[in-house]
Design a protein around this ligand. Structure first.
Ligand SMILES: NC(=O)c1ccc[n+]([C@@H]2O[C@H](COP(=O)([O-])OP(=O)(O)OC[C@H]3O[C@@H](n4cnc5c(N)ncnc54)[C@H](OP(=O)(O)O)[C@@H]3O)[C@@H](O)[C@H]2O)c1
Length: 246
């Protein structure tokens, strides 16, 4: 490492929903790639603390912040806190995405409001505040579930697919709007991960997923790792789904 690189502070990643499952894995990968990680959790304080301890045990730097990202004041507080402690955001990883599927003929307006508030408005609040302390060349990656499901009629989980399709529209708009600052904004869309509540049994998965297996967290983190280095890619939605959307 050259002297100037050695003196450069480690980049800062803010990961929403980072304490458990996919978000936790992505925090660990980002730490192994040299990021200082700010883990945003809502209820899983113990899991967040254990992740901070695990990252520190591996020589990384992390801390956890509690917030409901669907609440604007909470998100403002998180990023004020990041400004005070880390002083910058090099990467925002919007990982939160709640999926409580109901049939569209019975979809409760309260469920609709909660899904849109968290998955879409919450992601926008995070983008808004992160971008204000992001240096030129920073980036935003959102975890989606976006493709034709948002357009093709789907009676189950309409609120979720509307939120993820909206997040893709936001991703593309922000990519265009911030390109002059070399800030790249992209999405990675899994299909059926191996921890999905909708996962078909192994002998049936081929009828939903042409590559005949569920996705793994590593499949997703490989796409995120690609985007971290892909300096000519912005406004993209990388489908990491084994052909689920074909
Ligand atoms: N799993 C899949 O098969 C699959 C498939 C396609 C796409 N995805 C997408 O991949 C991402 C991660 O999926 P996952 O299954 O790992 O997620 P998950 O377990 O459903 O949720 C991840 C975390 O989100 C946090 N969270 C939820 N609402 C929040 C809020 N209002 N404010 C702050 N944090 C909140 C929760 O934190 P606490 O525990 O701290 O409350 C939870 O641990 C999501 O965007 C999802 O849509 C997943």
């Amino acid at each position: 490492m050259t002297g100037s690189a050695a003196n450069r502070p480690a980049p800062v990643a803010v990961v929403t929903g980072g304490a458990r499952r996919l978000g936790r894995h992505l925090c660990e990968v980002l730490s192994s790639r040299g990021y200082r990680v700010v883990i945003v959790f809502r209820q899983s304080a113990d899991a967040a603390d254990s992740l901070v301890a695990a990252i520190e045990a591996n020589g990384g730097v992390a801390r956890a912040v509690q917030a409901d990202i669907g609440v604007r004041a909470d998100v403002q507080r998180v990023f004020d806190d990041v400004a005070a402690h880390e002083g910058r955001v090099d990467l925002l990883l919007n990982n939160v995405g709640n999926y409580n599927p109901q049939d569209v003929t019975k979809l409760d307006p309260a469920v609709w409001d909660a899904t849109l508030a968290t998955n879409l408005s919450g992601a926008y609040y995070c983008c808004y505040h992160a971008l204000r302390q992001m240096p030129d060349g920073g980036q935003i990656i959102s975890i989606g579930m976006a493709g034709l499901e948002g357009i093709r009629a789907n009676t189950r989980g309409a609120d979720y697919y509307v939120s993820k399709t909206g997040l893709l529209v936001l991703t593309r708009a922000l990519a265009a709007g911030y390109a002059s600052r070399r800030i790249r904004v992209n999405m990675v869309s899994p299909g059926q991960l191996d921890n999905s509540i909708d996962l078909p049994p192994p002998d049936k998965i081929g009828s939903e997923v042409p590559l005949n297996r569920a996705g793994t967290m590593t499949d997703i983190s490989e796409a995120v790792s690609y985007l971290l280095e892909a300096s000519y890619v912005t406004g993209a939605n990388i489908d990491v789904a084994g052909g689920y959307r074909l």
